[in-house]
Design a protein around this ligand. Structure first.
Ligand code: PHE
Length: 335
C-alpha cells in the first residue's frame, strides 16, 4: 500500500503540473481530492489492511492528502491572480499621448518678423541686457540731461550698470564690431521702470533694425519697411509716416498702419483714430557714426525699432500684457 501511496503522489504532482487552465484544475480536484476521488479510494482501502499497519499507513495517507491539497490550492491561487492581473496588462489599450508644448505667442510673432527681414537679406544679431550709460544713451546721442536717463524710467543696477531700455545699444555694439556695410535685425528683451498694469510691464521685447552702406537713403528705409508691412500685415494694409524725434536718428518718423480691426473707420482698438502706431525709424544720426568710428561723410543708414508685445496683443485680442509673462499653461495652450 505504501507503494500505491507514493505512485499516487507522483501521478498527482505530474497531473497538477500539466493542468493549464481552470477547467483542468477542476478535473484534477474531482479526480484526486473529491469525496469519490483517488485519495478517498485509498482511505477506503485502509479498512481492509491488518490493524497493526493501519496507523502508519493512515499517517502516510493523511500526509498525501494534505500535501496534494496544498499544492492544488497554490495552483488555484496563482491561476486566479493571473486572471486579475490581466486588465493591467491590456496591450490593446490605446497609448497615452505625451503632452505637447507650443511656441510662446511672442516667439511666434518674433519668428515671423525675423523670416520677413531674413528674406530681404538681413542678418540677426544680439547684445547684452545689462548695459552701461554709454551704449544705452551716450553713443546714441542722448544729451547728458535727457529725461530718459532719469531714475524714473531706467533700472540702474549700480552707478554704471543698467538694464537696457531699448535694443538700440545693440546698433552701437554691431557697428563697433563690424565695418560697414551692415544689415541686421536685433531682437531682445528691454526693461523700463513703469507702473505695472494691464497695458504696461517692466519688461517687454523689441526688434531693432539697422542698414548702413554707401548711398543708403530714406527711400531705402521706406521701401524696406513698406515691404515688411505688406508681408507681415497683408498687402491691403495702408500706412502713414509721421515726423517725430529720436536722439539717434535724423530725420525720424513713426509708422502707423490702418487699423486691422475696423479698417480705418475708428474703433476701441485704435482709440477711434483708425491708425495704429507700429514702429519708430529714421536715418542714423551722424553723431552715432562718429561714436562708433564710421565715416559719416561716406556712409549713411537707417534704423528702426518695434515692440513685439503690442503686435501679439492686437493680433489675438489679448487685453492684459501680464499674461505673456505668467507662463500659465491655460493661457499658453491656446496658441
Ligand atoms: N529705440 C526706439 C524706442 O525704443 C525705437 C527706434 C529704434 C527708433 C531705431 C528709431 C530707430 O522707442
Amino acid at each position: 500500500m505504501l507503494d500505491q501511496i507514493d505512485a499516487l503522489r507522483r501521478q498527482a504532482e505530474t497531473d497538477l503540473h500539466a493542468a493549464g487552465d481552470s477547467s483542468a484544475l477542476e478535473r484534477f480536484r474531482v479526480t484526486y481530492l473529491a469525496r469519490k476521488g483517488k485519495i478517498a479510494e485509498l482511505f477506503d482501502a485502509l479498512r481492509s489492511v491488518p490493524a497493526d499497519q493501519r496507523p502508519l499507513l493512515g499517517k502516510h495517507l493523511n500526509d498525501l492528502r494534505t500535501s496534494v491539497q496544498a499544492l492544488f490550492d497554490q495552483r488555484l491561487a496563482a491561476a486566479a491572480s493571473h486572471v486579475q492581473a490581466a486588465p493591467a496588462l491590456d496591450l490593446t489599450l490605446p497609448g497615452r499621448r505625451p503632452p505637447l508644448g507650443s511656441r510662446h505667442p511672442l516667439t511666434q510673432v518674433l519668428d515671423e518678423i525675423k523670416a520677413v527681414f531674413v528674406s530681404m537679406g538681413f542678418g540677426v544679431a544680439d547684445g547684452p541686457e545689462i548695459e552701461d550709460d554709454y551704449h544705452n544713451f551716450g553713443a546714441l546721442n542722448f544729451p547728458p540731461d535727457h529725461p530718459a536717463r532719469d531714475m524714473q524710467d531706467t533700472f540702474f543696477l549700480n552707478r554704471t550698470a543698467l538694464l537696457r531700455t531699448h535694443t538700440s545699444p545693440v546698433q552701437i555694439r554691431v557697428m563697433k564690431e563690424h565695418a560697414p556695410p551692415v544689415r541686421v535685425i536685433m531682437p531682445g528683451k528691454v526693461y523700463r521702470n513703469e507702473a505695472i498694469s494691464a497695458r504696461s510691464y517692466c519688461l517687454f521685447h523689441q526688434v531693432e533694425g539697422l542698414h548702413v552702406d554707401v548711398g543708403v537713403t530714406f527711400s531705402d528705409l521706406k521701401g524696406t519697411l513698406i515691404s515688411f508691412i505688406k508681408q507681415f500685415y497683408g498687402s491691403a494694409t495702408k500706412y502713414r509716416f509721421r515726423p517725430t524725434f529720436f536722439p539717434f536718428t535724423e530725420p525720424s518718423a513713426d509708422i502707423y498702419i490702418s487699423c486691422f480691426v475696423c479698417g480705418g473707420k475708428g474703433c476701441r482698438l485704435c482709440k477711434q483714430i483708425g491708425w495704429l502706431e507700429i514702429l519708430g525709424c529714421g536715418m542714423v544720426d551722424p553723431n552715432v557714426f562718429k561714436a562708433v568710428g564710421y565715416d559719416s561723410e561716406r556712409y549713411t543708414g537707417y534704423a528702426f525699432g518695434m515692440g513685439i508685445e503690442r503686435i501679439a496683443l492686437l493680433r489675438h485680442g489679448i487685453d492684459d500684457i501680464r499674461l505673456f509673462y505668467e507662463n500659465d499653461l491655460r493661457f499658453l495652450n491656446q496658441f
